[in-house]
Design a protein around this ligand. Structure first.
Ligand code: ADE
Length: 247
């Protein structure tokens, strides 16, 4: 996969891209990330990228020309760009299922704004998608682009050493992940649940699935509406709700 990032602050990305799984993904050529400062595509000698909003008001607005020119130039240099994604708090909420879908494309572009906003023609005529990483406002789209890249890159086949790691993640099946334990068996007064030490893989899988259901019920009950539950799951959840009326 190839990812082009259009940003006014390319240096923000460098340390993170040189770390852990994301670094390995680039070293193994599963992904190639290109950081492009779109200020280079501005038309005037002061390299202006923003201007005052028509109609007045506070803050500056990103001009359309530098971004349109940057996309046009990058579109020529390789395979066609499949998705051009603008990061903004007005975008569609980013989820694991969007990350999964994006992990299958050949070429992505992420556009990071700064300042108060974008000229609306960027939204209307340049980008294919607009994504938000949550209902809060960041100074710019850079952190959001890193979040999207991280979530997408780790799902590209071959990037995680153990392919099961991604399929047991929280959200991979629409549920939160079950609790995990490692050694020691007893820490202070707290013991690891007996079933995990039993060696009975069927019982362990059952316990994990139930814990995953319970955790989702307790912490994010709205997620259950989008999960296909078996009759058994439903009964088990009902029973838990009866046992724990405060949930
Ligand atoms: N840019 C500023 N805030 C953002 C957010 N919440 N998500 C994506 N991009 C942003």
């Amino acid at each position: 996969m190839k990812i082009d990032v259009l940003t006014l602050f390319p240096e923000v990305f460098e340390t993170y891209l040189q770390t852990s799984v994301i670094k390995r993904a680039q070293d193994s050529e599963a992904v190639q990330v290109k950081l492009v400062n779109f200020r280079e595509y501005s038309l005037d000698r002061h390299h202006t990228v923003d201007d005052y909003p028509f109609g007045g008001g506070a803050g500056m607005v990103l001009k359309p020309e530098p971004l349109f020119r940057a996309v046009e130039a990058l579109n020529k240099d390789d395979k066609a760009i499949d998705r051009i994604i603008l990061l903004s708090p007005q975008g569609k909420p980013f989820t694991q299922s969007i990350a999964k879908e994006l992990s299958n494309v050949q070429r992505l572009m992420l556009i990071c704004g700064h300042y108060e906003g974008f000229d609306e023609r960027i939204r209307e005529h340049l980008v294919t998608d607009e994504l938000s990483i949550g209902d809060y406002v960041l100074t710019g789209g850079e952190l959001a682009a890193l979040v999207v890249m991280d979530a997408v890159i780790r799902l590209i086949p071959g990037v995680l050493g153990n392919p099961d790691s991604a399929s047991s993640d929280s959200f991979a099946n629409g549920l939160l992940e079950h609790p995990q334990y490692t050694r020691p068996r007893k820490f202070i007064d707290w013991e690891v649940p007996e079933v995990l030490l039993s060696g009975n893989h069927q019982e362990i899988a059952k316990w994990r699935h139930e814990q995953s259901l319970l955790r989702t019920l307790q912490r994010r009950p709205e997620l259950l509406a989008n999960v296909e539950l078996s009759q058994k799951d439903r009964e088990w959840l009902k029973q838990q709700q009866r046992n724990e009326p405060t949930v």
